[in-house]
Design a protein around this ligand. Sequence first.
Ligand code: NAD
Length: 349
Amino acid sequence: MKVNIGIIGFGWMAYYHYKYIIPKNGDFNVVAIYDIDKAKKSVAEQFNIKSYDNLDMFLNDDNFSTVLVATPNDSHKELVIKSFEKGKNVICEKPVALNANDVKEMIDASIKYNKIFTVHHNRRRDRDFLSVKEVLDNNTLGKPFLIESRVDGANGIPSDWRREKVHGGGMLYDWGPHLIDQILLLVDSKVVEIYAQLITLKYEVDDNIRIQLKFENGVCAQVEILTNCLIPLPRWHVLCANGTLNIDNFKNDGKMICGTLKEIDWTLESADNYAGSTRTMRARPENTIKEMEIPKKETDWFEFYFNYQRVLEDKEELLVKPQEILRLTQIIDLISESSKLGKSISCCI
Ligand code: NAD
């Protein structure tokens, strides 16, 4: 099936979709754009894409039935609901909205107008995430007890609306949806406790954040999103009963060590080590551990659109389901609340 797409907001991310994410096999075509910035008209015209500066006229164009919304975060809800009203299916950029009530309204509108609604969670197809998922799904290292996921920027927040509260700026809304969504896909259990520190170092929004989630099955997760970090820690540090997995970066470099816990020789004479007077923090004896290869997954972001096409053809379920995003946003709401209150919040989501 051909998938003709109209884009609302032809900025950085929409251009990235156009150039790198929308498949180039002839089935997918960007046929029109609408942007409030008139300068985007000439950009679109370079690629022979029809450009509108009136939203109703854009949405009345019958040459496409899918709208991609890629505008600043605070404008998604209104544009998504209007697109449903005009009979379009919608792919919306993350964060789909700024609170769970708004997400609920968007889902209700998609049901009312019987339209497909999904959110572009491209990082569900990142290699590093899929490697961690495979290790946990296959129980390669036993049950996890602490999963750390972080991204470390060093240059602050890009100089646009992301620095402004009114547009839904800040790192919780920017990277939070990606990293928390990944954690929710890794741990099949309810979130029962949330604690967050949203730090504002340079701007009016959160620019360096740490979030802790505790799940009903006992797994704990920590997410860090930093924009002022000059010495990065690993992208993933996953501690399991029988081993540890480090993935250093988006390229998926890293190390995986397994070894079931055995009693070691705790006596004074037992080991040569550099840790001084501690016995607890000595390294594991070499003969009790084994390095394993990290499973490498070949993946790319085109898969999001191929899935969407198969959903239109009634052949598959959505890769990113609205109800999953509602749950994610409920958790994001509690993260904000925890940081505001300065204490942990019990929940069951
Ligand atoms: P941007 O500022 O580069 O582009 C936004 C565009 O929307 C601009 O051209 C602007 O003129 C236009 N616009 C603003 N308000 C509008 C409105 N009401 N109607 C029509 N056009 C409007 O921003 P960006 O970096 O492209 O981010 C856009 C969205 O994409 C955000 O929600 C962001 O979180 C998301 N994003 C996602 C990823 C990802 O990896 N999934 C990466 C970057 C950005």
